[in-house]
Design a protein around this ligand. Sequence first.
Ligand code: NAD
Ligand code: DAU
Length: 353
Amino acid sequence: RFEGSTIFVTGGAGFIGSAVIRHLLADTGARVVNIDKLTYAANLASLAGYEGNPRYAFERQCISDDAGLRKLFDKFRPTAVMNLAAESHVDRSIDGPAEFIRTNIVGTFSLLQEALRYWRALHPDGRAQFRFLHVSTDEVFGSLGRDGLFTEQTAYAPNSPYSASKASSDHLVRAWRETYELPTLVTNCSNNYGPYHFPEKLIPHIIIRGLADESLPVYGDGKNVRDWLYVEDHARALTLALENGKVGETYYVGGRSERTNLEVVEQVCDLLDAFAPSTRGSRRDLITFVTDRPGHDRRYAMDSGKIERELGWRAHENFESGLAKTVRWFCENRRWWQDILDRGYQRTRIGLG
Ligand code: NAD
Ligand code: DAU
């Protein structure tokens, strides 16, 4: 698979991007170029061991910098771009939306423009194989009621600065396809979790605080529902979409694992009690309800039927197996997350509960 291909993975030092790179290097023959600005959320330690791999290169580069991108397209002549570079944390977008506009909207615009320039230069002889896969989120569709799922027909209705910026980027990608015929595909997926997840997100935040016997903040009444997808299943879905997806199409990826936040936190507590018992008793006693996130979407859930039917994708993990692997990974890889805590990333006002 992907023999002779060169794939740009933007945001490859982040949570999902690094999982995609590990998957591409382990399970395909592609050469991978990791293009990442290295924001607070990046961690090259997630790719430790790949530095000397002849199929892997890292380039520190902002996706809003046209000239820098142009040099990379001309240097590596990629056959595909997987765009995962983004500001990704909803609470942070409420505290300070500007960087979300710059990276998620302007950055996607720059990347599309440079991809178009490069693709057009290659295209005239008709031999050039090129694809641009844009990775997006279920949050662009807003909040569901008690029933139903987001389907590929659901209208956009973003509610946070983060989701509005991602929705804008999806629209730009669509327009570059319709207007300029750039061969694009879009995927929208639900909440990922797994190893190498940045500590500010719900599951790692609860694991790390739980290991220190600190209070476990649950926003609002804890009844907001997310559809959890194990990150390695997502990485396989993205690779399949890039390989066999139809240009111009959108694919939804979900975990068929809807849980309330409170259920998730309780399950993490029970796993921590099993893997790393505390002398102070049950972690569930540490659960603390805190002020809700403004504009907090109540429920997300994805219908993954299309990618399952058309591309043969299936999630390998269910929530129980995936969460157990994740909690165990955080227990066994303290160095990875302790280094991030020691670097002292800036917490959000909301996250402080
Ligand atoms: P992340 O925050 O862990 O990683 C983002 C990466 O992008 C970081 O390495 C960062 O340095 C890099 N980056 C940020 N701004 C950049 C810029 N201007 N130029 C180059 N690199 C830049 O994010 P993630 O959770 O891995 O998410 C990856 C993508 O998947 C994002 O587009 C996100 O919107 C989308 N997504 C994430 C989830 C999820 O649950 N994590 C779900 C659905 C969709
Ligand atoms: O749905 C996909 C989205 O999932 C992605 O597009 C985003 O990039 C990703 O960050 C994630 O967004 P969420 O806002 O759903 O993830 P987060 O981990 O921040 O929060 C998950 C839920 O848990 C949400 O309902 C808020 C709640 N929460 C979060 C934290 C950090 C808490 O109750 N307590 C917390 O401490």
